[in-house]
Ligand binder design. Sequence first.
Ligand code: FES
Length: 133
Amino acid sequence: MSEDIYQEFILELYKNPVNFGKIENADLHEQSFNPLCGDKIEMFIKLDAGRKKIEDVKFIGNGCAISQASASLLTEELKGKTLEEVDKMGKEEIIKMIKIDLSKNPSRLKCAMLGLEVVKKAINTSVKEIQRI
Ligand code: FES
């Protein structure tokens, strides 16, 4: 498949993102923005009873097609993963997920990574809170 087809799939997801919305009473909630453009993503995460796995995740945000489509794809990818597994995810997983090699395009890679950054921030804040209790 050519890269055009992948871009079309990104644009389609940008127009109709899966898992777009909020989760009331989310266990984890965090937001962040790309300082280069001001685009923003907010993530809502529901954990399982043992608070180790992601049961459900939704996002809201505004920004470029890559940031929003990547956040949307990420929400699908995260369901059922443990917090430890998610914390180990990095740019290789994101590039594989969006099927566009952005390794030589740092500013677009930053767009694609925004969703994962927010999720990791949420996980790390919650771990610190648990340690404080
Ligand atoms: Fe702002 Fe992509 S241009 S996140």
